[in-house]
Ligand binder design. Structure first.
Ligand SMILES: *[C@@H]1O[C@H](CO)[C@@H](O)[C@H](O)[C@H]1NC(C)=O
Ligand SMILES: *[C@@H]1O[C@H](CO)[C@@H](O)[C@H](O)[C@H]1NC(C)=O
Ligand SMILES: *[C@@H]1O[C@H](CO)[C@@H](O)[C@H](O)[C@H]1NC(C)=O
Ligand SMILES: *[C@@H]1O[C@H](CO)[C@@H](O)[C@H](O)[C@H]1NC(C)=O
Ligand SMILES: *[C@@H]1O[C@H](CO)[C@@H](O)[C@H](O)[C@H]1NC(C)=O
Ligand SMILES: *[C@@H]1O[C@H](CO)[C@@H](O)[C@H](O)[C@H]1NC(C)=O
Length: 673
């Protein structure tokens, strides 16, 4: 019962009906006794749409409606619709018509394709034989408004990219009026559209359109519009737009601040190498586009660094980058529709580390540092190679520097750099390593070792004083030589004292200065040697040579004695013959031997005028490789005419290799007793 709470029946008492009907707002109750109509007081219809105005009426119970009862609706005194009984309306194609069975008291009215002109007051009249009654007190008022009702699009749901979907647009109004045109507008590709008309049992129709398409991810948030156009009168359009929610698997981009991303997104480039500098900081962004939003993870190698649920981006920051940060970093994103990932190879470059130096002697034997400092001792004259390597990325250029000067070749590509040294290349060698990120260096000190030798400009010598012999022995060497004295074949260490001998040794830098003081007993023949030795060899300086002098002296004495004997014999014979004639002679007192002046006689190995730089003008050197006595070729000169004997010895055949051959030695004085 459409009129709900208004209990208006034929049996109603008029006052009751009146009161009840007044209570029901919006309806007009006919108050003439026995006659009554129920309908909407006001009705609103939008242009182009339709409206159904339900209506029932009753007549006085003294009448009964026949089959021929005719219902008539007037608007502004002109008939707009009429109908007899339950037959078809008089104007079946008209826009306004009676829908109900008049005989049964149904006066319902429909207006299709409403026009502005449909607005107004409508009244109903019943005619059945002699019964003619106009329900003038109950006149529904129809208001026509602009078309604002929208089509309906369904279903409203998420679409999935790549999966076909069908949507339906239903035109507003359940009418039997003119069929509207339904169109779709949007950016989707190749939709299929189908119009559908649903006929309702009440004669009304529902106009619909189905659209079938396969959404793509680009369609997400794009608009799809259903437009319904009514063109019975002037064309009027109403439309509904929806924003498509297309779900799709995520895609992602990795961006790194300051690193241009040329072809970053090309699918064929799965992994990109990015070079960063040690100590720098770098932020890597992973921008993810997925619907619904994806879960994102950053992994370093196989380890998850950070992850987040349902976001559009996730970044990781590498701070104070070190070599351990070099790795493949992968950003992965997934939602229920799929997953994706991309990776970036982070390469860490760094300035050269401190170079490593190794030193090799002859035959590639490694030489160790002496002590904790990078000092290496190298035997003089033996080849040495210094090798330098420095870890760096990119490879460092290496070079050797000594005293500010580049020595040897350079290595531009970080390979091991070798420097070969030969004799006398003492000094501090620095290996410098450079790349575009910085430089580093390391130094090594090369010290040459050599066997003991006589220092330049200083000579070892012996000096005779009264009843003493004082010998000074100077020996230069590195490492420090131990100095030993041999007196008449007996060895004495460098610091020694007894009644006859005192030895004091002082070491000054690389020169050892040892002084031997020997109490002299007249008649002793002294042989004094000073021997310096270190790991590289030894030097034997013969400062006094008794045995040779004695031999020479004995030979000389022998010769002299022999000659004297012969002379004496001859003299004796001559005298004997002469004595036979004359008186005998006396011997000369002064021929007993040369007198000796003790005060300042010097035994010296002082070199004669021309010296060479090597300072090797020694009295006599005995070397390991040229041991042996003074060769026979050494010429000996004796001057026996004066009180002194001068002996000159030419050592040209037994000098050390470094000593020029022209050099001459001289025992400047050899004193005879
Ligand atoms: C139109 O779409 C609705 C649901 O969207 C569906 O139930 C109906 O079968 C479709 N009609 C045609 C003819 O495709
Ligand atoms: C990745 O980069 C491409 C090209 O710049 C861009 O079209 C796309 O939207 C980006 N994707 C994301 C998730 O940012
Ligand atoms: C960077 O890292 C290095 C080595 O890990 C460290 O010595 C240095 O102090 C760090 N610098 C800063 C600013 O944290
Ligand atoms: C994202 O992560 C959350 C929390 O771990 C989880 O509940 C959800 O299922 C994940 N989503 C997908 C699509 O895997
Ligand atoms: C990503 O997808 C591939 C294949 O589609 C699957 O094998 C893999 O397990 C997925 N990974 C995640 C994290 O969902
Ligand atoms: C070695 O490196 C230090 C520190 O950088 C620098 O001061 C010095 O000058 C360098 N020495 C050489 C020889 O390159």
């Amino acid at each position: 019962m459409w009129f709900g709470g208004c209990w208006c029946y034929r049996e109603c008492w008029v006052p009751l009906i009146f009161i009840l009907c007044l209570l029901w707002k919006g309806n007009i109750c006919e108050t003439v006794e026995g006659f009554h109509i129920e309908t909407s007081r006001t009705v609103t219809v939008q242009t182009s749409l339709c409206v159904h105005i339900p209506c029932t009426f009753i007549i006085s119970n003294s009448y009964t409606l026949t089959q021929n009862a005719k219902g008539i609706w007037y608007k502004d005194d002109s008939v707009v619709a009429s109908k007899v009984g339950f037959l078809v309306p008089d104007n079946p194609r008209g826009r306004v018509f009676l829908t109900g069975d008049v005989q049964k008291g149904d006066c319902s009215l429909s207006i299709n394709d409403a026009k502005w002109s449909d607005a107004g007051t409508y009244r109903f009249r019943i005619e059945d034989g002699i019964l003619r009654f106009g329900y003038i007190g109950t006149k529904p008022y129809v208001t026509v408004t602009a078309l604002t009702e929208k089509p309906d699009i369904s279903p409203i749901k998420s679409l999935i990219a790549g999966e076909e979907v069908a949507l339906t647009c239903t035109a507003p109004g359940r009418c039997a009026g003119t069929r509207p045109t339904i169109t779709w507008e949007g950016s989707i590709n190749t939709p299929a559209v189908e119009d559908i008309v649903l006929d309702n049992p009440d004669g009304n129709r529902i106009y619909m359109s189905n659209i079938t398409f396969t959404p793509a991810r680009k369609d997400h948030t794009s608009l799809l519009t259903c437009k319904v156009t009514y063109s019975s009168d002037r064309p009027r359009t109403t439309s509904t737009a929806i924003s498509l929610n297309v779900e799709y698997p995520p895609s992602l981009n990795i961006t790194i601040a300051g690193v241009s991303c040329y072809k970053c997104y090309n699918r064929s480039i799965e992994s990109r190498a990015v070079t960063v500098k040690e100590g720098d900081s770098q932020t890597m962004h992973c921008a993810v586009n997925g619907n619904p939003q994806a879960n994102i993870t950053w992994m370093k190698g196989d380890t998850i660094v950070t992850s987040i649920v349902s976001r559009e981006r996730l970044q990781i920051e590498l701070k104070n980058i070190s070599i351990s940060d070099a790795a493949t970093y992968r950003c992965s994103a997934w939602n229920q529709h799929g997953n994706t990932s991309r990776a970036v190879d982070i390469r860490v470059e760094y300035p050269p580390r401190r170079p490593e130096i190794s030193v090799h002697g002859p035959n590639g034997v490694p030489l160790q540092y002496v002590g904790t400092d990078p000092i290496v001792h190298v035997p003089e004259g033996s080849p040495v190679s210094l090798s330098c390597v420095a870890d760096s990325d990119p490879p460092a250029s290496l070079q050797w520097v000594k005293s500010g000067q580049i020595v040897g070749p350079a290595s531009p590509m970080g390979q091991k750099l070798q420097l070969n040294l030969y004799a006398s290349d003492e000094g501090i060698y620095t290996c410098q390593a450079n790349n575009k990120h910085g430089h580093s260096n390391r130094s090594i000190t090369i010290i040459m070792t050599y066997k003991p030798k006589a220092p330049e400009r200083y000579n070892s010598s012996c000096l005779r004083k009264a009843n003493l012999i004082e010998c000074v022995c100077l020996i230069q060497s590195f490492p420090t030589a131990s100095i030993e004295w041999k007196v008449n074949g007996k060895s004495y260490l460098s610091n020694y004292t007894d009644g006859n001998i005192s030895i004091v040794t002082v070491q000054l830098e690389r020169v050892g200065n040892s002084t031997l003081t020997l109490r002299r007993n007249d008649g002793d023949q002294q042989s004094i040697q000073c021997i310096g030795s270190n790991a590289n060899g030894f030097l034997n300086l013969q400062l006094l040579e008794a045995s040779k002098e004695n031999q020479h002296w004995a030979i000389m004495i022998g010769v002299i004695c022999g000659v004297a004997l012969i002379l004496l014999l001859i003299l004796a014979i001559v005298l004997m013959k002469h004595i036979q004639k004359k008186k005998p002679l006396l011997m000369d007192e002064h021929t007993g031997g040369p007198t000796v002046n003790d005060s300042d006689a010097i035994y010296s190995n002082t070199e004669i005028t021309h010296r060479t730089s090597n300072g090797a003008g020694m009295a006599r050197e005995t070397q390991p490789d040229d041991l042996g006595p003074i060769p026979e070729e050494a010429s000996t000169y004796m001057n026996y005419g004066e009180e002194l004997h001068y002996v000159t010895i030419d050592f040209s055949r037994l000098k050390p290799r470094a000593v020029p051959a022209e050099e001459e030695m001289e025992y400047s004085e050899v004193k005879l007793k």
